[in-house]
Design a protein around this ligand. Structure first.
Ligand SMILES: [Zn+2]
Length: 409
């Protein structure tokens, strides 16, 4: 299988110049080819197949550039063009590239010209003699297929190395007996219930702090005169802070989703469209809570490791149902954070109660799926423990079913 590994690299001045030239040349060749193709299209001529070699006589500077990088530009443009002609509704017309667009190029490992020196933390690329400093925070094994070098708006450089690897560490793990229910929140990121009880996962402090700083910088920038020296300085700082926040959030969500998937066989969450509703009421609290990203991480990790994610539909009253006696408190307002069940007098924290209901459902599902009866479900309001569910992914251990959107019959 192919796997991509992304690392930060620290090119020296000369290497930066080489990258700048390559980014520019790739952009140049793309625009040249696109212009010719569009012209032919306009004149109702046959669209020419152009190779970058065509421009090398006229534009000598292209000779210094890694020819595989230019060849990739050709391939990408041809693909974009073909897609557009075939399906113009889905794929837009290929655009001319501008300097402010994302700067990157891809080169292939033809003749083993791309190398990673794990001992000395160096990356070798075609046309660059000296190794480039690289931060190898994780190892990989296998054959390198290609490398994509990119520069962010804040001026950092990264390489994404595509590797053909035999070592598949994404294979299904041992099935677990455990289940957890997760209620995603605004102030508290998640409230989780498992066999040990309920606990809350707060947004990490460093992330909240970094977000505050981000907002402060945004405000400061808006007060500076656009284009001025100070504005430019702040803009760079802001771009860097954006990157930092995005990376920190990803890191947090990756760690959390990994821990959850490692531990549990069945994970139950609420459908995000429900959350979307709630969020619009409470959006003042935290900017982007990362729910969507978190769910997508859970989903693909579940796929890798053979776990099941159950998404509970909006018709299931996970917040309004007393997790102790099953009473449904239908008049509960969104703003109610805690309540006492009028029937059994149990005092509930709203999120904890919801996660308990989700957990309970997961348990039920796991039991039924083991008995092979997981298809038999009922809908929330009218049954004791049933929920309307839409499983996102079915793990291999459960052969019982692969359908599913349960509706109240
Ligand atoms: Zn109750």
């Amino acid at each position: 299988m192919l796997k991509a590994y992304r690392y930060r690299i620290y090119p020296n001045k000369k290497q930066k110049e080489f990258f700048a030239k390559t980014f520019g040349s790739c952009r140049f060749v793309w625009n040249k080819m696109l212009e010719e193709k569009l012209k032919a299209l306009e004149n109702k001529e046959k669209i020419p197949r152009i190779t970058p070699a065509k421009y090398k006589e006229e534009y000598q500077f292209l000779k210094e550039i890694d020819s595989l990088a230019l060849a990739n530009v050709q391939l990408n443009l041809e693909k974009a063009f073909k897609n557009w002609l075939k399906n113009p509704k889905h794929f837009g017309k290929p655009k001319f590239k501008k300097k402010k667009d994302k700067q990157s190029y891809t080169t292939n490992n033809q003749g083993n010209t791309i190398k990673v020196d794990f001992q000395n933390n160096l990356l070798y690329l075609p046309k660059i003699k000296q190794g480039i400093k690289i931060k190898l925070h994780r190892k990989f094994e296998g054959k390198i297929k290609s490398a994509t070098i990119s520069k962010t708006t804040s001026g950092n450089y990264y390489v994404s190395i595509l590797v053909e690897t035999q070592n598949n560490d994404n294979k299904p793990k041992e099935p677990q007996n455990k289940v957890c229910g997760i209620d995603l929140g605004v102030k508290t990121f998640a409230t989780i219930t498992n066999d040990k009880g309920s606990y809350k996962v707060e947004h990490p402090k460093y992330l909240l702090k970094a977000e505050k700083r981000l907002k402060r910088l945004q405000k400061q920038l808006s007060r500076k005169q656009k284009g001025s020296k100070n504005w430019e300085k702040l803009r760079k700082l802001l771009a860097r802070q954006h990157e930092y926040v995005a990376n920190a959030r990803k890191d947090f969500l990756h760690k959390l989703s990994k821990a959850i998937i490692d531990e549990n066989q069945v994970v139950v969450v609420e459908d995000l469209s429900v959350k979307g509703l709630i969020k619009s009421f409470l959006s003042k609290h935290v900017s982007d809570s990362g729910w969507g990203m978190f769910l997508s991480y859970l989903e693909y990790k579940a796929r890798w490791y053979g776990r099941t994610i159950l998404t509970v539909d909006r018709f299931y009253p996970s917040s309004k149902r007393c997790s102790h006696c099953g009473y449904i408190y239908s008049d509960m307002d969104l703003s109610v954070r805690e309540w006492t069940c009028p029937i059994c007098k149990t005092y509930h924290d709203r999120d904890e109660n919801a996660s308990k209901n989700l957990y309970r459902y997961g348990l039920d599902y796991l039991r039924k799926s083991r008995e092979g009866t997981a298809r038999i479900q009922a809908c929330g309001e009218c049954s004791d423990s049933g929920m309307v569910i839409t499983p996102v992914y079915e793990s291999s251990f459960n052969e019982a079913g692969s359908s599913y959107l349960y509706k109240c019959g």
